[in-house]
Design a protein around this ligand. Structure first.
Ligand code: XMP
Length: 321
């Protein structure tokens, strides 16, 4: 029978049998899948597991801290943090094309992860790489397994031939809701367990225009307000995702505080969906939308206009880039 306890016991036994006394490495993204996969492996083999968190500087407010502090406190996992924000921002300097942004981020990510994996491997006999592959990912990719590397839809290419690992994929038979149940049972931070899907390239594809530190700060502030108000209204689980998008190259005239401003718009893009293949714009209550708008324009001086995206997918994608 399916109970979280049974699944956990079963996976712990399987992981122990697979891994033996070898070392294991796992990349954490901040999302629920890698967090739960790593927590299971840690439960099975303890400090034989080292997690690597590449902080690309493109996460939302509080998310890096959630991994570095809350997750580590909840699990006791050995974590290597690589602060790579300067490197990513340098590589993204002046880049506006969405696919170029993705390619650059994917390339930098695999380089940084590779360097970190080499350091971990130099210290021990690392044979395994944990991946948070879910059942729908298995079906989508034709069911194969092997010595592959990181999910291609996370936009990272492969690791080089001399740095190949066997995969540990403890979530391969599970759906997302089951993974969340396990995460709660394993005592992971609720905010992580219930986090909405978030794209690998992060906020870089929610800034329309070139990415910069200043623009990221503006978007983080607006995004945090939207998330806070959605949570306060008890609507977290009613939306699939809620991108907030900064139209960094667009300016419009406003009146704020002492007078005329020439600021930037942000777009609210709350959507409901089952699987992200199709989506509908969420009919959020107007009073929630109004609170978000008022707070953003009051608290984020660079933003003087808030607009609501009322496009379904298709024809619009969920993200703006
Ligand atoms: P779109 O915008 O195509 O997004 O409707 C569908 C789903 O995919 C996510 N998304 C990405 N996830 N890397 C990712 O890991 C990406 O480059 C990427 N682009 C879009 C998006 O957030 C939504 O859940």
């Amino acid at each position: 029978t399916w109970t979280p306890e049974n699944i956990i016991d079963d996976q712990v036994a399987r992981i122990r049998a697979q891994v033996g006394d070898k070392e294991v490495i796992c990349g954490l993204s901040g999302g629920v899948d890698s967090a739960v996969a790593a927590a299971l492996v840690h439960k099975a083999v303890g400090d034989q597991l080292t997690c690597v968190f590449v902080d690309h500087g493109l996460l939302r407010a509080g998310e890096a801290e959630q991994v570095e502090k809350d997750y580590v406190a909840a699990t006791g996992i050995k974590l290597k943090v690589v602060d790579a924000a300067d490197r990513f921002l340098g590589a993204l300097d002046g880049v506006t094309d969405p696919e170029d942004k993705r390619k650059i981020i994917g390339r930098e990510f695999i380089r940084v992860f590779e360097a970190a994996a080499r350091e971990v491997a130099a210290a021990g006999d690392v044979e395994f790489l944990v991946q948070g592959t879910l059942y729908p990912d298995v079906v989508e990719s034709g069911g194969g397994t092997g010595t592959a590397n990181i999910k291609s839809h996370h936009n990272v290419g492969g690791l080089p031939d001399d740095l190949q690992f066997s995969l540990v994929e403890p979530l391969r038979t599970l759906f997302k809701d089951e993974v969340r149940t396990l995460g709660l049972q394993l005592g992971l931070p609720e905010a992580m367990v219930w986090r909405h899907p978030f794209p690998g390239p992060g906020l870089a594809i929610r800034i329309i225009g070139a990415v910069s530190r200043d623009r990221l700060e503006v978007l983080r502030a607006a995004d945090l307000i939207a998330r806070e108000e959605l949570s306060a209204a008890g609507l977290d689980r009613d939306v699939w995702q809620f991108p907030v998008v900064l139209l960094a190259d667009v300016r419009s005239v406003g009146v704020q505080g002492d007078g005329r401003t020439y600021g930037h718009p942000v777009v609210l893009r709350p959507v409901s969906s089952e699987d992200a293949m199709t989506a509908d714009w969420s009919r959020l209550p107007y009073d929630v939308v109004a609170r978000i708008s008022t707070r953003i324009t009051n608290e984020v001086p660079e933003v003087n206009r808030v607009v609501l995206d009322v496009t379904s997918k298709p024809p619009g994608t969920i993200e703006w880039e």
